[in-house]
Design a protein around this ligand. Sequence first.
Ligand code: HAM
Length: 423
Amino acid sequence: MPFVALPGFRDAFPDALARRRRIFEVWRRVAARYGFEEYDGPPLEPLDLYTQKSGEEIIEQLYAFNDKGGRSVALRPEMTPTLARMVSARAAQLKKPIRWFSIPQLFRYERQQRGRQREHFQLNMDIIGEAGPSADAEVIAAALDIVRELGFGSGDVRVRVSDRTVLGAGLGGELGVRQEELGAVLAALDKFERAPEAAIEALEAALGSAERARAVQRFASSLVDPGPLLASGAAVSLNECVASLRAMGLGDFVDVDFRIVRGLAYYTGIVFELFDAKRALRAICGGGRYDDLLKQVGGVDLPCVGFGMGDVVLGELIADRDGAPSVEVAVDVFVVAVGAEDRPEALALAHALRERDVRVEYALKRQAVGKQLELAAARGAGHAVIIGPAEREAGEAVVRNLETKVETRVKLNELRRDYAFTR
Ligand code: HAM
């Protein structure tokens, strides 16, 4: 049996990797534009870091095991607990607000389907040390600018913005959901869109009576219209956040939608998710405010807000629009040696060009000139530089433009120094 990759783990062949790299480039460019610094952490963490803070869904999906020292460890399923741990350790020295981003590979034992893998790369952008809604608007704007930079408009991608505090106030009033019940109720509400039956069961378990569960269910159905909650006093921050996004010119992308709750347990305020407008795929990105996590993880009281954006869903959207990725040209110049005695000069020139940062390839074995030119064309090289006995004699080479077929004789000195291979 030939070996294949494990289910949910992707082989990144060069064409697919080129597309991923373009996503990473946009991530880094936009993060830089917003003044974010890059950090990273270990891919393996103590298991407890997740079991206490992340919420049930992620815990069920952990790749966890005991290492040879008998420690319970897990491959990171998300970056936020690592970030909380790292910032807590240096909280006193760091100038607030902290703006940090990272692009970790994450591991979750999920049921594999379109847009869902068992490993993915996830851009994380977080602001730590600012409690006001400008910080929430800032990270949402960054997420939107990334999809805009990738060529998507408000007809393609929407951000659904919600607020757990507003939901909590709505549930706490007439419905009488107590603070200690709120976590479980929000977790149940999070399931409503995807698995309504499981959500109702979870509500009954959380509230201890079918009647209370039905009341909350009615509340959940009423959330189709965000108007009443948005007009409530609890929605001051959310309204301010949306106003900031409008002021930035991003209002077209924004839908206030209280059906967004988020599955992770640590969110405390504004939460949001980006979706493709057709909602054909899982969320492109999800995030929100988590003001208590640093206290729980590291004993430091600092408010935080941020998001995670995966490469998988984004890759699917780009593939739907652009088709299969094309192979990128890796070579500018192909150096051709006519005979064996021309080879040292060809090697010297190839190396000199590489020193100039020109991307160069040549045949690794002796081949007829025709074969070498064939490989040059297959590589997509713009130019072949051909060296034979007559050229060596004259201290020159033939530069052949592989598109126009025009040939020019150029001094070897000039080639080594600064000759421009314009396509
Ligand atoms: P999350 O919603 O679990 O949030 O993941 C964020 C995004 O990562 C998702 O919207 C999705 O695009 C991508 N993603 C997650 N799991 C998978 C998977 N199995 N396959 C493909 N893509 C996936 C978090 O992880 C939070 N820690 C984000 C955060 C940062 N909140 C605050 N700061």
